[in-house]
Design a protein around this ligand. Structure first.
Ligand SMILES: N[C@@H](CCC[C@H](N)C(=O)O)C(=O)O
Length: 284
């Protein structure tokens, strides 16, 4: 047992902020406990969770993501863009096309640079999964698309999509006046979601633009959710509300989502930003 300093980097994608640890150099024994500790906005560093950058024998690197409550998520859209920026900036991967292994499979990414600096990252987020049993959502239907559900005394039109992690998308007339703090946890812990759920509240502005707010499984309201924007655009397309290329406005910025029908893949493009690097005291 002893105390030592562990290096970390604080990064965000559209305000969805995580503490990143380079596990090619650092050793993390208990990531769930560390996630809870660093995420605390009063007694910790302050973040929506923790992301570990690990070696991979199947891709350039592997990422593991932990929510603020210590639970592990299969995939993180905003996080994976930051992982790509991190490994490029730290010369771990010296190319602008790279692969990252996640709990939801291997994803391919492209970095767009200006004067050597990463400005945007495009991610092939893969295929959306609609089968209710695979999301998982308990339903008498094979797919949950535009289905009315009762939650918190209100009827919502819900579409469920997995992007490797589970999402419930509901449509609202206005995201600004939404009581997300009341309704978010009711969806997250509803018995129809055996693995809990991330919930996106979507206001359609036009066939090319939507507003979205999110209540994330394990982290509560965040300023953006990459997998959530993909699920939301898929829900919009499936219910005939938008076209295949949509600009998503989030509390922390904008993401562009494109659905390619031929490959049935979703592509996400957005920023990745380093806030600062530091060290935290750790006990082992
Ligand atoms: N913020 C993320 C998603 C993080 C994981 C999620 N809370 C879960 O538990 O599935 C994103 O940008 O996709």
């Amino acid at each position: 047992m002893g105390e030592w300093m562990m290096k970390f980097t604080k990064m965000h994608g559209c305000g969805n902020d995580y503490v990143y640890i380079n596990c090619l150099e650092e050793k993390v024994d208990n990531p769930a406990e560390l996630a809870r500790r660093v995420s605390d906005r009063h007694f910790g560093i302050g973040s929506d969770g923790l992301i570990l950058i690990c070696p991979s024998d199947r891709a350039d690197v592997r990422m593991r993501m932990f929510n603020a409550d210590g639970s592990e998520g299969e995939m993180c859209g905003n996080g994976i863009r930051c992982v790509a920026k991190y490994v490029y900036d730290h010369h771990i991967v010296e190319k602008t096309g790279l692969s990252v292994e996640t709990g939801a499979g291997i994803k391919q990414l492209d970095l767009f640079t200006e004067q050597g600096k990463v400005v945007q990252v495009r991610v092939d987020m893969g295929e959306p999964v609609l089968a209710a049993a695979q999301i998982p959502v308990v339903s008498d239907k094979a797919e949950v698309i535009g289905v009315p559900v009762e939650v918190g005394g209100k009827t919502w039109e819900m579409t469920c999509v997995s992007m490797g992690n589970p999402h419930a998308v509901v449509f609202v007339p206005d995201t600004a006046g939404l009581d997300l703090i009341s309704y978010g946890p009711l969806f997250e812990h509803h018995e129809m979601f055996p693995k809990r759920v991330n919930t996106e509240f979507v206001q359609v502005l036009s066939r090319e633009e939507i507003n979205m707010r999110v209540w994330e499984r394990g982290s509560g309201e965040t300023l953006a959710c990459g997998t959530g924007t993909c699920a939301s655009v898929m829900a919009c397309i499936l219910t005939g509300r938008t076209g295949h290329r949509v600009l998503v406005h989030l509390l922390g910025g904008d993401l562009t989502i494109e659905y390619e029908e031929k490959s049935n893949h979703i592509f996400m493009t957005g920023p990745a930003v380093t806030v600062y690097e530091g060290e935290i005291e750790t006990i082992r």
